[in-house]
Design a protein around this ligand. Structure first.
Ligand code: KIV
Ligand code: ZN
Length: 514
């Protein structure tokens, strides 16, 4: 086991803490199934005590996942640990991850607790978690700014209490690689019972060092890395799973360990997370960006044609790029469609949902000759969007756009079971359409970002539009896909509005609470 690097994915928990990235239960299950196909060791599915929605999502993931361990996060409080234990009941293999802050600033200003009291809470929490599972992880939050002597004391105590994994979080992304690596080495050396637990790291990317810090920790004895697909997470995000995994694999001459992941599933996971959260992947992102394996300079192209290794250190197909194969077409039947969807981790709630999805697939196949997995993922997102309790529904959109003329859009919506029509002009077809919708729904939300991505190549590709709206401090992302990007934009705006109109139930621990 010494040379195995455990991959702990926290896309569904820390990743979901990115503003606007909230996911519903079914979306979390879809991502969890994709992570299971990627063969990640542990999936942190959420924070069950945060809200009833989080609890249900963790429960649903625990029921759906068979091969990976499912983990729930809990503060060092009895009520949180009991909620996590309850949510994880159905899991084949479960872990409870409990945490409490250990840095001087957090203990004093956030917890208002003395260090001895913090140790007491931590020990008590680990013991309670052990009543539910023998797989318990403890994190001293803000370890990156904690005193090493205090970390040694609290970590020794929680190992004695039954913690099997010790996770060292650089919560605010303050660490730098050499120093962080040395901290891990020191902790392992100085804690007398350190051989009874696995050391893990959880690095945030505020200084762009999350992956570098995680890898420095691995070089110094850490054997679990917590990371997220596409580096999603609080603020600047977490260490990106794909970068950590491919660094360890590509530089096996340097790293004394290996992961068990099926790296060919990386790209599918990346696209799925991007599409569900509405967080686009930048083209120059390592491993999963559209340009990650593209060679522009003639001299590079020439070299690669002569021998790929002249300019490529990894094979694109090893991270899933060539898996972009056509799976279905216009003549595919309902069974073939259902089977492929099952392979992609989509279980239909019943015949009605399957029929609706199949109908949409046929409509798409009429417009687009080749249907790829990415198209199917977008289509299922569309079906689940429609299936949500929509307060506002887009019925029709007509746009007139002509050179030299001001574009005008006519939109019909159904709101509270009543149809309403409206029209507006704008600087372009998209602008006019969104203005027409806004005039009817009157949210006064501020449009923060608008982006269009083509899901596959070709001018007949599905365009996926993401819209981020802010209203009274709440940020949400809406998503819509269509072969017509004006319609995709209107769908994305309506989707965002529906989310705004659904009150958020997420609970954020308050200052003074553990
Ligand atoms: O960043 C952090 O400290 C966390 C902990 C809960 C591990 O996310
Ligand atoms: Zn974190």
């Amino acid at each position: 086991m010494k040379d195995k690097l455990i991959i702990f994915d926290t896309t569904l928990r820390d990743g979901e803490q990115s503003p606007g990235a909230s996911m519903n239960r079914d979306e979390k299950v879809r991502i969890a199934k994709a992570l299971e196909r990627l063969q990640v060791d542990i999936i942190e599915a959420g924070f069950p005590a945060a809200s009833p929605g989080d609890f249900e999502a963790v429960q649903a993931v625990a029921e759906a996942i068979k091969d990976s361990t499912v983990c729930g996060l809990a503060r060092a409080l009895d009520k949180d640990i009991d909620r996590a234990g309850e949510a994880l009941k159905a899991a084949n293999s479960s872990r409870i991850h409990t945490f409490i802050a250990t840095s001087p600033i957090h203990m004093k200003m956030k917890l208002n607790m003395e260090p001895e009291q913090v140790i007491e809470y931590a020990v008590r929490a680990v013991k309670r978690a052990r009543q539910y599972t023998d797989n318990v992880e403890f994190s001293p939050e803000d370890a990156g700014r904690s005193e090493e002597d205090f970390l040694c004391r609290i970590l020794e105590a929680v190992i004695d209490a039954g913690a099997t994994t010790l996770n060292i979080p650089d919560t605010v992304g303050y660490s730098v690689p050499e120093q962080f690596g040395a901290t891990i080495a020191n902790l392992i050396k100085r804690i007398p019972n350190s051989d009874k637990a696995i050391f893990s790291v959880h690095c945030h990317n505020d200084l762009g060092l999350a992956v570098a810090n995680s890898l420095a920790a691995v070089m110094n004895g850490a054997r679990q890395v917590e990371c997220t697909i596409n580096g999603l997470g609080e603020r600047a995000g977490n260490a990106s799973l794909e970068e950590v995994v491919m660094a360890v694999r590509t530089r096996h001459d340097v790293f004394p360990c290996r992961t068990d992941l099926d790296t060919r599933e990386i790209l599918t996971c990346s696209k799925l997370v991007s599409s569900i959260t509405g967080f686009p992947v930048q083209p120059n992102k390592a491993i999963v960006g559209a340009n990650a394996f593209a060679h522009e300079a003639g001299i590079h192209q020439d070299g690669v044609l002569k021998n790929r290794e002249t300019y490529e250190i990894m094979r694109a197909e090893d991270v899933g790029w060539s898996a972009n194969r056509m799976v279905l077409g216009k003549h595919s039947g309902r069974n073939a469609f259902k089977n492929r969807m099952t392979e992609l981790g989509v279980d239909f709630a019943g015949e009605e949902e399957l029929n609706e999805a199949f109908f949409k697939f046929k409509q798409l196949a009429d417009k687009k000759h080749d249907i790829y997995d990415e198209d199917l993922q977008a289509l299922i997102s569309e079906v689940s969007i429609d299936a949500e309790d929509e307060l506002v529904k887009l019925i029709s959109l007509q746009v007139c756009s002509e050179t030299g003329e001001t574009p005008i859009a006519k939109v019909t919506l159904r709101m509270n079971d009543q149809e309403m029509a409206g029209e507006a002009t704008g600087s372009g077809a998209v602008d006019a359409s969104l203005k027409a919708i806004e005039q009817m729904v009157n949210t006064d939300a501020i449009l923060q970002t608008y982006s269009v991505n083509s899901i596959t190549g070709g001018t007949d590709s599905l365009g996926e539009v993401t819209i981020r709206l802010e209203q009274g401090g709440r940020v949400i992302n809406g998503m819509g896909a269509d072969t017509d990007i004006v319609i995709a934009s209107a769908k994305a705006y309506v989707n965002a509005i529906n989310k705004l109109l659904t009150p958020g139930t997420r609970f954020h621990p308050q200052k003074g609470e553990v």
